[in-house]
Ligand binder design. Structure first.
Ligand code: CAA
Length: 383
């Protein structure tokens, strides 16, 4: 019988993230959201506390946490502010291809400086012409002497305007589709790396998202991750690891919406009693509670499989997909419980809905998650 209680060590990790979220993130969240501020001082504090580079092993200076531990932290940060959390955990996504596909020398070269002082990295897979269909990406890698030359454009890249390193997926031969794709890491100072403007987003406004162009960027062969043509499975394996924490982030948004709605249901009166005593509100709160708890358990299940070294492709997609849909449903119902106030920016719940929406889209839209889930499921039923 699985034990769902947390050990004292896990509780203190959760507590650290909770305190950081409540004391550093939440007091600034509304202002950063309203004005689209990228609060770098908060990200630096997160780095100082070991809340960044969570997946990088301690031998390279990272926090060296497993997937379950990461999920506990990310849920708490997501509760505090989803946008800030996206920027804080973007290094985990960008550095994961190096952890999975890098040689020992590459890991030491990249990860150690990253963990020694505050740096941001970005994951460059998505392109203007191909988001969900990652196998059809058009950024070209051309062999050139001892190395490669990269040309193309990536879009919707978290932290791109601030990143000092990019992991980039590019094709040596588009005719080969996914088999032509290789992965590279490229320092921002390389000639021809041109980050674009910060996008104006609906939610996650404390996070920074932008394009980055690679204009004939020379990359040494030593910066290729894995063999030529191995980039696509590396990207997929990376996302298998990082979709579960997105489920945790979404669970944090949903829990925050539920807490606001439950408190308001006790305080606000209508028809002579607190609105929480009306069954119409109780039905909503019961649904919201069930969604939050199911989302959390699904992320915990996926994370436990990852920590056990088992294949978790299906479970990661289930966790990400369910938890992000739950975050949308729960934050939508929270607004409904707040009524007209919920629609106003003076109250905290409309931000949660705007933030929840992105979790259904990034790191693979939920339509892609359902494709992955169905494929994996049918594989298990092979005759
Ligand atoms: N692990 C290892 N290998 C995998 C794999 C996995 N999870 N999934 C697929 N592969 C391998 C397959 O085995 C296959 O290998 P072979 O050719 O050797 O048989 C190869 O990859 C191609 O697989 P598919 O045939 O399944 O590929 P496909 O073209 O049909 O696409 C897809 C699959 C699931 C739709 C994929 O394109 C996908 O995940 N798309 C979404 C991309 C995405 O999530 N983007 C988000 C980017 S991050 C972000 O959001 C930005 C941010 O900053 C937050």
């Amino acid at each position: 019988m699985p034990d769902f209680s947390l050990s004292p060590d896990l509780e203190s990790l959760q507590d650290l993230a909770r305190k950081f979220a409540r004391t550093e993130m939440m007091p600034r969240a509304a202002e950063c959201d309203r004005r689209g501020i990228f609060p770098e001082e908060i990200y630096r504090k997160a780095f100082d506390l070991g809340l960044m580079n969570l997946n990088v092993p301690a031998e390279y200076g990272g926090s060296g946490l497993g997937a379950f531990q990461q999920c506990l932290i990310v849920e708490e940060l997501g509760y505090g502010c989803a946008g800030m959390t996206t920027s804080i955990i973007a290094n985990c996504l960008a550095l994961e291809p190096i952890l999975l596909g890098g040689t020992e020398a590459q890991k030491r070269e990249v990860l150690e400086p990253f963990c020694r002082s505050y740096h941001l990295a970005s994951f460059g897979l998505t392109e203007p012409g191909g988001g969900s269909d990652a196998g059809s990406l058009a950024t070209r890698a051309r062999r050139d002497g001892e190395g490669y030359v990269l040309s193309g454009e990536k879009c919707f890249i978290t932290n791109a305007p601030h990143a000092s390193l990019f992991t980039v997926f590019a094709t040596l031969d588009p005719e080969l589709r996914h088999k032509g794709i290789s992965a590279f890491y490229v320092p921002r100072e390389a000639e021809g790396v041109v980050p674009g403007k910060d996008e104006e987003k609906m939610g996650h406004r404390a996070s920074s998202t932008g394009t980055v162009r690679f204009e004939q960027v020379r990359v040494p062969a030593a910066h290729r991750l894995g063999a030529e043509g191995e980039g696509f499975p590396l990207a997929m394996r990376t996302l298998d690891m990082t979709r579960t924490p997105i489920g945790a982030l979404a669970t944090g948004i949903a829990q925050c919406a539920l807490d606001h709605a439950a408190r308001y249901s006790r305080e606000r009166h209508s028809f002579g009693k607190p609105i929480g005593e009306h069954q119409a509100i109780q039905m909503k709160l019961a649904m919201m509670t069930s969604q939050v708890r199911a989302a959390r358990l699904l992320t915990w299940q996926a994370a436990t499989l990852i920590d056990a070294g088992k294949n978790a492709t299906l479970e990661s997609s289930v966790a990400k997909c369910f938890a992000s849909d739950a975050a949308m449903r729960v934050s939508d119902e929270a607004i409904q419980i707040f009524g007209g106030y919920g629609y106003m920016k003076d109250y905290p719940v409309e931000k949660l809905l705007r933030d929840a929406k992105l979790t259904q889209i990034y790191e693979g839209s939920n339509e892609i998650q359902r494709i992955v889930i169905a494929r994996e499921l049918l594989r298990r039923y092979a005759p």
